[in-house]
Every structure is written in C-alpha cells, then in structure tokens.
Design a binder for this molecule. Structure first.
Ligand code: FE2
Length: 426
C-alpha cells in the first residue's frame, strides 16, 4: 500500500478504523489493518471524511469584492448591477488567476469538488473560456463542474439563447437558468421549459437558479419539477436557492414539496449567501434567506449546500469552508436535532457528490483515495468547531496539511493550553 490512515473515526460513527490506499484507490477500510505503507498517518480518533463538495458556486466572480466598489445595499440587485459594470473589464488572465487562487484555498480546506455557475451572457464568453481552461488545469486535484448560467436572462438578454448554445457546444457540463429574472412570470416559465428541453436533447443535467427572491408568488420551481417529469429528467435536475419558498403560503408549499419529491428534484440551498441577500426590503420581523430545508429533507429530497459567493459583488465573506456553510444552515434552518446536524454534514459531502455524479466518491474499498482528516472527532464536532484540516488527500497523496489549532493559556492553576475538541479532552 502507498498510504495508510490509522485509528480514525468515520462519519457514520465507526471508530478506530484504518484506511489503506494503493495506486490512488482505497483498498481497505477496517480495524487493525495488517499491512504497511511508506506513509502512515496516525489519525488519533480524529474524523476521516470524504472531501467536501460545494454544490453551488460562482467561480467567475470570486475574489472581486470591492471592484469597482462594495455592495453597500447588500441586495441581490445591486450585486447584479456591480457585476454588469465589472464584467466588461475582466480579461481571460484575470478570470484564470482568480480561479486558480481560489482553488488553492479550496484544496487547503479539503474542498475537492465544486459545481460552479459561469455567466454565459458576456458577449465574448471570456469567463466560459477561462473556466474551461481552469477545469482542465486543476483536474488532477479538484473536480470542477460548470453550469451555463445566463445571468442577464435566457430570454431577456438578446444573446441569452445563442450564447447558451455556444457555451454548451464548448463543453460546459450543465444547463442553467434564472427564470425569476426574466421579464415576466410567463417568460420565466417559458425559459424553464426551453432550457429543460435543451438538457433533454443533449443528455445533460439541469441546475437552475430558481425563485431567488422574497416574492412568495415566484413559483418557477413548480414548472421545473413538472418539466422534469414531462421530459423524463428525474434525478438530473436541481433547483438552486429557492428562497421564495420561505415566504410561500404553507398549504401551497406542502403541495409543491410533494411535486418536487415526485420529480426527484435535487435542492441546493446557499445559507451564507442568502442570509445576507434576502429580507433586505423587510422591516422587522425580517425573513430568513433560506428555503424550507427541514421540510424538504423530511420529504426525502436531497438538499445540498453551496457557498454561492466568496468575496464577490453579492457577498463579501466566505472562505472556501463548507463547514461554515453547514454551520449557517443549522442556525438559519433550526436544524439543531442531532440527526439534522448529521444531515447538514451530508449536505456538504455525500449529497452534493451525488448531485455532481462524482465517480468513486466515498470511504469504501474501490473508491478514490481521497480523504480529509479533521481536528474533530465526529461530524457534529466538525460543524461546531469548523476545525483545521490536518490532512487533505487526493488519490492517495497528501495535497495540503494544517497544524492542529491550539490555544495557549496563561492563567494561575489552570492548564497551559486549551483543546476545544472532545478527542483532545479524552
Ligand atoms: Fe447563485
């Protein structure tokens, strides 16, 4: 074997497990593995997890916050206006450099797969060309999946349709959309139908920005679910954001969730981004910016989480840490039951891996030799502490390391350091 992780815990609760990796693949997951390897890592009851997966990101705009200025209103619409100002000034090299820098951050956090939307309503498709190049350059250490996203509207932008075709012809992986940004509800529904038909013809998945508004009458996800059923796209379609569901009438929302479950729709919530963007026109009480995650999960729907923004016109914070996103989801969604917190951990690991159809994902024999060792004992502690990623492993090689965090204490008659983990206290 090439690498053995010894004595770690698994997300499913198994403890003191060894993982053996050979030729880039996991070959053994068992207690007291009788084998040796040139590199063996003592995990000391820390959590070993498959890598984090970001289900929803915008890599083309990342790390541009403040250019040309900050979004002071904090609204989605000011974010879009700032992006429209910035977009014509961005060069291919600028896109590539920011994306590569961001991917370094991601690897350092154990985030090794990302679904990124890329704006297709730039006349030159510069962002698309740049991210296609980046997808190729990073593929040995990070899986990047691209969604053709008509930011200015598939129907509303005069180049929305033609550029969608061009971007997909160039090799973008997924069909996107933004029905709530079209001129009318009718146009929104028409865009959903047209885009789902394109996906059906090309055999591609769909991931649409859908109903990212506080308007409870924005119901495009209903059309998305119905088109998914009509066109036989079950399991290949995701609705992202879905924040209008937060404000919908409960009776209607219940019917809608049943329809979404029937369509086997994936849902992607972006709690850190939407907690900032939504409710901006409310007086008190102010609405939360997240779709109905507990109810969707209870209906058996896979809910994945995404960052959406890292330091861009829509959000000034985030740092490639999917545990931050899970932490926010727990708070914003009242998801504090133990099983619910565990589900939020799956929302940044196995559910988005299924959404992206990642091959060989997981910690089982035969899976890719990819893992992250955290300075935490279990998934709940990981979300509570958002701790150091002690080792990030891709295809059996350590690609990033962090020192364990330790706080030194200088108090009389007290220990001289603090370890906030249970593992450290035992
Ligand atoms: Fe988004």
């Amino acid at each position: 074997m090439d690498l053995i992780l010894r004595g770690g815990n698994l997300p499913d609760g198994r403890k003191n497990v060894d993982i053996g990796i050979e030729a880039g693949r996991i070959t053994a997951v068992e207690a007291n593995l009788q084998a040796s390897a040139p590199q063996e890592i003592d995990c000391a009851s820390r959590l070993m997890t498959p890598p984090f997966v970001d289900a929803h990101f915008h890599m083309d705009s990342t790390l541009t916050a403040g250019r040309p200025r900050h979004n002071d209103s904090g609204t989605l619409l000011e974010g879009i206006a700032l992006w429209e100002e910035l977009k014509p000034t961005l060069t291919f090299d600028d896109y590539v450099a920011r994306a590569l820098r961001y991917c370094d951050w991601a690897v350092g956090r154990g985030l090794l797969a990302i679904r990124s939307h890329v704006d297709t309503t730039d006349p030159n498709l510069t962002g698309v060309k740049a991210l296609l190049e980046v997808r190729e350059r990073i593929k040995d250490y990070l899986d990047l999946q691209l969604v053709a996203f008509p930011q200015d509207g598939y129907l509303r932008s005069p180049i929305g349709k033609s550029n969608m075709t061009e971007a997909l012809d160039m090799g973008v992986d997924v069909v996107g959309g933004i029905p709530h940004f079209e001129r009318t509800q009718g146009d929104g529904a028409e865009s959903v139908r047209a885009l789902c038909e394109i996906a059906a013809e090309r055999g591609l998945p769909v991931d649409m920005h859908c109903d990212e508004t506080d308007d409870p009458t924005s119901r495009h996800v209903e059309t998305l679910a119905a088109e998914t059923i009509r066109l036989g796209l079950r399991g290949r379609v995701a609705g992202s954001h879905l924040t209008s569901m937060h404000s919908m009438d409960n009776y209607y929302a219940g019917k809608l969730i049943d329809l979404m479950a029937e369509a086997d729709l994936h849902v992607v919530a972006n709690p850190t981004a939407n907690m900032l963007l939504m409710g901006r026109h409310d007086t008190y009480p102010k609405r939360r910016g997240m779709t109905r995650v507990p109810e969707l999960m209870a209906a058996g729907i896979d809910v994945s989480l995404g960052q959406d923004s890292v330091m861009d016109p829509w959000g000034p914070l985030n740092a490639a840490d999917m545990l931050d996103v899970a932490h926010m989801a727990v708070h914003a969604g009242h998801l504090s039951g133990r099983e619910q917190i565990l589900a939020c951990f799956k929302s940044v690991t196995e559910y988005p891996a299924r959404l992206l159809s990642l091959e060989g994902y997981g910690l089982k024999p035969g899976c890719n030799g990819d893992a992250v060792v955290l300075q935490a004992a279990d998934p709940v502690e990981a979300i509570r502490l958002r701790p150091s990623r002690l080792y990030v492993i891709r295809r059996g090689k350590v690609v990033a390391r962090s020192e364990p965090t330790e706080v030194l204490l200088d108090l009389p008659d007290r220990p001289n350091s603090i370890d906030y983990t249970r593992a450290g206290g035992e």
